[in-house]
Design a protein around this ligand. Structure first.
Ligand SMILES: C[N+](C)(C)CCCC[C@H](N)C(=O)O
Ligand SMILES: O=C(O)CCC(=O)C(=O)O
Length: 522
């Protein structure tokens, strides 16, 4: 039965509201629905939502007009369900009832839906179906729901670690009761240790973790703004005062710029290594490498790398020889005397990849598939290669969404390509040539002459950087920040400042009750 639309939806909802009443009173002795007319159509709808529906409808609780659904499990419908929310209660009958679980035991419930906006929940012998609206539903396996219970005995309220033993959950577990309430989906489970086990799943959390049907949007959305040379007109910038402000809002603005554009300048920074190091540590601890922790470099080959020369460096990402290239790179040009050149180059690798995908999909596919070995071998005491040594493709993708997630490209640090299929050698060279031509197009390159006082921060998983050749005495300092440290700080700041990541009411937020067990990121 196609889902109703428009005016029909209202009618449909009326029908569906009667779903619980109509089906309950019209199941024959063998629990098979009586068909025909409105009932038949309603049955057809119920079947569409729960195609494997083999459940007997529970009692209608006349006092609360709530529909409780028993999945045919042995216990009678009517166990007592604790009330986690103000406006609905669970007492159904005098039957022996599980101890009520107080809401603070189950953890606060982030959102309360108005009574007339509570979704419909149906259960069959394997899944619970949630009907959000006539065209929008989700299904969750019972075992998935039981495994994702976040009551204090299943999910540590402080460490946010799973406590429930996933592997002792019966594969065919069925709820005793399923109830749609204002605070969320409430389920009473059979339990081998206590008589019952109560769980609640807030509607917003279920919506964010829907997997059937698969969700299109990522759980943690992030809008990328792709750019070319024209970004020079208004490059993303924050001030030093903003970045250092104790409220962290300026830090949130800074990292949001990096999240969106792949880089951000910080203006007004004291031109000292100390101030630059302190600024770097606002994001997270600095990642130490063979180049040191907080580094200063100049053209003295003090380290075995061409960065420590006056040579031009083509657009590249750093650390392709590491399994886990750094997430952010900060540069601060402290001084450049008796010479010229040394301009900084930035190219948006995500933008170039989008052009390549459009213009030459075969080359995009090759760069997404062929791993590139790399090395850092300029220091006698170190020889870095990624693990596995074959390296990683130039274009890395999110395994689930298929979205581009990382660009790894440094043609100077690339090792011998001894693993290419012979039939692919020329195609691969054609592909990297096309990639190179797009990278070096004047429309792609953003050249900027850094000056003392302005720090450049770059997302090393997205934006390629380089420099022009120079002469004279040039001093640059900076640091690497690990990708996980950067992403962690971004998530913490989003929890603090971005409403769509907050799962608490304002007063709960100010009450300092710590991270919610219902955070979208967990
Ligand atoms: C940043 N710092 C000057 C310390 C080191 C630069 C290392 C550059 C290396 N070829 C790479 O691509 O990773
Ligand atoms: O010297 C510069 O401006 C950049 C050097 C560089 O590309 C690097 O350190 O990775």
């Amino acid at each position: 039965m196609p889902f109703a639309t428009g005016l029909q939806a209202t009618r449909w909802l009326t029908i569906s509201r009667t779903l619980g009443f109509v089906l309950t009173s019209h199941l024959d002795a063998t629990r098979r629905p009586i068909t025909g007319g409105l009932l038949g159509r309603t049955q057809a709808f119920a079947k569409a939502v729960c195609p494997r529906r083999r459940f007997s409808m529970g009692k209608i609780c006349p006092r609360y007009h709530q529909r409780f659904i028993t999945t045919g499990a042995s216990s009678p419908c009517g166990e007592h369900l604790s009330s986690q929310t103000k406006n609905t209660s669970r007492t159904l009958s005098s039957a022996a009832a599980p101890e009520p679980v107080s809401s603070d035991q189950l953890g606060f419930v982030p959102d309360q839906r108005p009574k007339d906006d509570v979704p419909i929940a149906n259960a069959d012998d394997r899944k619970v179906s949630i009907l959000w609206s006539p065209q929008n539903w989700s299904r969750f396996h019972h075992i998935w729901l039981r495994d994702h219970c976040r009551c204090p005995s299943c999910f540590h309220p402080v460490t946010k670690q799973r406590l429930v033993n996933t592997f002792e959950i019966p594969p065919n577990i069925k709820p005793h009761h399923v109830q749609a309430s204002a605070g969320g989906l409430e389920i009473v489970w059979p339990s081998s240790t206590t008589e019952y086990h109560s769980s609640i799943y807030p509607w917003s959390w279920l919506k964010a973790h829907t997997y059937d049907p698969p969700q299109k949007h990522p759980v943690i959305p992030c809008e990328k703004a792709l750019w070319g040379a024209k970004i020079a007109k208004s490059p993303p910038t924050v001030t030093y005062a903003e970045a250092m402000d104790d409220s962290d809002y300026g830090l949130f603005k800074w990292l949001s710029n990096i999240d969106r554009f792949g880089f951000c300048f910080i203006s007004g920074v004291p031109a000292t290594p100390e101030a630059t190091e302190e600024l770097s540590e606002r994001i997270g601890f600095i990642r130490e490498t063979q180049y040191g922790k907080f580094w200063e470099f100049t053209a003295d080959l003090s380290k075995g790398d061409t960065a420590y020369t006056t040579m031009a460096l083509g657009a590249h990402t750093d650390n392709t020889y590491f399994t886990d290239p750094c997430g952010l790179q900060l540069f601060h040009l402290l001084s450049h005397i008796d010479g010229s050149g040394g301009a900084t180059l930035l190219v948006d690798g995500f933008y170039i990849a989008s052009l390549l995908k459009e213009l030459d999909p075969d080359s995009y596919e090759i760069l997404s598939r062929i791993p590139i070995p790399a090395h850092a071998a300029g220091e006698p005491i170190a020889l870095y290669k990624p693990s596995p040594p074959c390296g990683y493709p130039t274009l890395g993708h999110d395994a689930l969404s298929g979205e581009l997630a990382q660009v790894r490209w440094n043609n100077d640090d690339r090792s011998a390509m001894s693993h290419l299929d012979p039939s692919l050698v020329e195609k691969w060279y054609d592909a990297i040539k096309t990639w190179h031509n797009l990278l070096t197009s004047p429309d792609s390159e953003y050249w900027v002459q850094l000056t003392a006082g302005t720090v450049l921060s770059v997302d090393n998983h997205r934006v390629l950087h380089g420099r022009s050749a120079f002469d004279g005495k040039r001093r640059v300092c900076g640091a690497y920040i690990g990708v996980d440290e950067y992403r962690s700080k971004m998530l913490v700041l989003q929890e603090k400042f971005d409403a769509q990541f907050q799962v608490r009411t304002a007063d709960q937020q100010t009450a300092g009750v710590g991270r919610s067990i219902w955070s979208r990121a967990l």
